[in-house]
Design a protein around this ligand. Structure first.
Ligand code: PAF
Length: 283
C-alpha cells in the first residue's frame, strides 16, 4: 500500500489499474479513522479490485467558527489501519494540492442542502460537493462508499451524482456504534468523561422516537416534541435540531406517510454530534 500526497500519483496508479481492467473503489474520509470508516474500507475491498482511501480534512466544508484547526489528525495511524484493511492507496493531499491559488469553482446544490445540517452549516454541503466531485474526477471510482451516519450528506452526494451524470455508484453503509449505542465519530474524541456519558442521550432519544413510530404514532410534531423533551433532561446537551424529513428530498413532513429520516444534531458541551434512523412502513 502506498501513501501519496499528489493528484498526479493517484492518476498514474488509476491509469495503470484501468489498463489492467481493474475496478476501483473510493472511500473519501477526513481521517482519524474509526470502525465506521473501516467498515467502508472493508466493503470497498470486498467489492472492487483496488481501493483508494482519501484522508483530507477539507477546509472549505468548515464554517469560520467551526473545528477545522482542532479536527483530529493522525496520518501514521490512519495509514496503518488502511494497510491492515487491504486498501491500495491512501491519498493524503495538502490543502494547497487540492485548492491551488485562484481556486474559484464550486459545486453547489439547492433544496436537499437547505434543511437539517445545511441550516446550521450554510456553506458545508458546497464544500462537501466540491471536494467529492474533485475526488471522483481524480480517482474515477466505479463505486464510492459513505456512512449512513451522515445521512443528509449521503442523500446529497447521491443526488449530485444523478444530477451531474457522474459515472460512479454511491454505496451507503450502516452506522457503526459503540457497545452502549453512541454512533462512532472522529469528533467523539473531543468528549470529556462526563460528556461521553451525556452523549448517550442521542441514541437513547432516537430509540424513543423509533418506539413511538413502531407503536403507530404518525404525527411528526408529537414524536419530535417527545424527543426534544427527552434531550432536555440532559443538562450537558443543547439541541441544534430534531427533525423528521422525507428520505429522498430531506424536506420536513407533518405525517409519517412515506419513507422518512429521523435526524438530530445535538451539542454535548462544545461538540456537535449527529445521529439518525430511517423508517419505512413494513420494513
Ligand atoms: O464525511 C466526511 O468525512 C467528509 O464530509 C467527506 C465526505 C470525506 C468530504 O470531505
Amino acid at each position: 500500500m502506498k501513501v501519496v500526497k499528489t493528484i498526479d500519483e493517484v492518476k498514474q496508479a488509476v491509469r495503470e489499474w484501468r489498463e489492467e481492467g481493474l475496478t476501483i473503489g473510493a472511500v473519501p474520509t477526513m481521517g482519524y479513522l474509526h470502525e465506521g470508516h473501516l467498515s467502508l474500507i472493508d466493503r470497498s475491498v470486498k467489492e472492487n479490485d483496488r481501493t483508494v482511501v482519501s484522508v483530507f480534512v477539507n477546509p472549505i466544508q468548515f464554517g469560520p467558527s467551526e473545528d477545522l484547526e482542532s479536527y483530529p489528525r493522525d496520518i501514521e495511524r490512519d495509514s496503518a489501519l488502511c494497510r491492515g484493511h487491504g486498501a491500495d492507496i491512501v491519498f493524503n493531499p495538502e490543502p494547497g494540492e487540492m485548492y491551488k491559488d485562484g481556486f474559484s469553482t464550486f459545486v453547489d446544490m439547492s433544496v436537499l442542502t437547505e434543511e437539517l445540517c445545511g441550516l446550521s452549516r450554510p456553506t458545508h454541503f458546497r464544500g462537501v460537493c466540491t471536494v467529492v466531485t474533485k475526488l471522483f474526477n481524480i480517482i474515477t471510482p466505479d463505486r464510492a462508499y459513505f456512512g449512513e451516519k451522515d445521512a443528509q450528506q449521503l442523500a446529497v452526494i447521491k443526488h449530485m451524482v444523478r444530477d451531474l451524470n457522474m459515472n460512479v455508484t454511491v454505496v451507503g453503509c450502516p452506522i457503526v456504534r459503540e457497545a452502549d449505542g453512541l454512533a462512532k465519530s472522529s469528533r467523539n474524541t473531543y468528549l470529556s468523561g462526563d460528556e461521553r456519558s451525556a452523549a448517550l442521550i442521542l441514541s437513547r432519544t432516537l430509540a424513543l422516537g423509533r418506539k413511538m413510530i413502531e407503536a403507530g404514532e404518525r404525527d411528526v410534531r408529537k414524536i419530535t416534541d417527545a424527543m426534544k423533551k427527552n434531550i432536555e433532561t440532559e443538562k450537558l446537551a443543547r439541541i441544534d435540531y430534531v427533525k423528521i424529513v422525507d428520505i429522498e428530498t430531506m424536506q420536513q413532513v407533518e405525517t409519517i406517510d412515506r419513507p422518512v429520516l429521523c435526524a438530530m444534531a445535538v451539542y454535548i458541551g462544545k461538540t456537535r454530534l449527529i445521529d439518525n434512523f430511517s423508517f419505512t412502513e413494513g420494513e
